[in-house]
Design a protein around this ligand. Structure first.
Ligand SMILES: [Zn+2]
Length: 249
């Protein structure tokens, strides 16, 4: 069930049978010469929507702008600073908790979001901790590439040149979902350089075409489809296990 295609009454009925929800979260940022700007929010959305076809789960609208300050040297990138991002995650979570959701799983598609999402969780839990009361809900961060079996499959598909940004696995997933948006290119060098992440102009100087350590030329829609199917199955299992965890009130 997709929240944005549901009525308030349908969400109310869902809450009578489950208190869990998936929030796809990512970033809108450059992904090299062939990667779509939406790659990091599209991947978790594609996986969550695929999972929703096979199981009675609820998927929230995608939180599609993240912490991408280091990509601002490339046109089309839109970033929240960490403090804004943390505040926004807090209000999304408080809204869902106010309706009765007790298990909120953020399915993340951008490594640069991880520190801020974890900080947001601590900010939210701190409200209960300072008041010496139970929060009554639990938050979980799950990167799609960490879902059970997904990293192993990506390693088999792309033993070299996977890299950490504009990776063949994430490009493959968007190719599978949006075959009409596949962009061909010659990569020079074939595998992009690796190194530190600092400010936006430093990033552009180190990684001129936007890739980090990757060879997205290995991506294919078929490999993307395999990743999506496995990730969707693993997400359903993760959410089920998370739903069953007890949360004392
Ligand atoms: Zn990415």
């Amino acid at each position: 069930m997709l929240l944005h295609l549901s009525t308030w009454a349908e969400v109310g009925q869902f809450l009578e049978r489950s208190r869990a929800i998936v929030v796809p979260i990512g970033s809108n940022e450059q992904h090299g010469p062939t990667g779509l700007l939406g790659t990091d929010w599209l991947c978790p959305q594609i996986i969550a929507y695929e999972a929703e076809k096979t199981a009675d789960i609820l998927v929230a609208p995608t939180f599609n702008i993240g912490m991408a300050q280091h990509h601002l040297g490339f046109p089309g990138t839109i970033s929240l600073r960490p403090s804004t991002f943390i505040a926004a995650i807090g209000d999304w979570t408080r809204s869902l908790v106010a309706h009765g959701f007790e298990k909120i799983l953020f399915l993340n598609g951008h490594g640069g979001n991880v520190a801020s999402i974890e900080a947001a969780f601590s900010e939210i839990y701190a409200e209960a901790s300072f008041a010496k009361r139970r929060a009554g809900f639990a938050l979980k961060l799950c990167n799609w590439w960490d879902l059970d079996g997904v990293g192993e499959l990506a390693n088999q598909q792309f033993p070299t040149g996977h890299g950490i940004h504009a990776t063949p696995s994430e490009i493959a997933i968007t190719q599978w979902a949006f075959p009409d948006a596949i962009k061909p290119a010659d990569y020079t060098p074939q595998i992009a350089p690796s190194g530190p992440i600092r400010d936006a102009l430093d990033f552009r100087a180190r990684y001129p075409d936007g890739r980090m350590g990757s060879d997205p030329g290995q991506a294919s829609p078929e490999k993307g489809g395999e990743l999506v199917k496995l990730a969707a199955q693993s997400l359903v299992l993760q959410l089920d296990a998370f739903s069953r965890e007890s949360v004392p009130n």
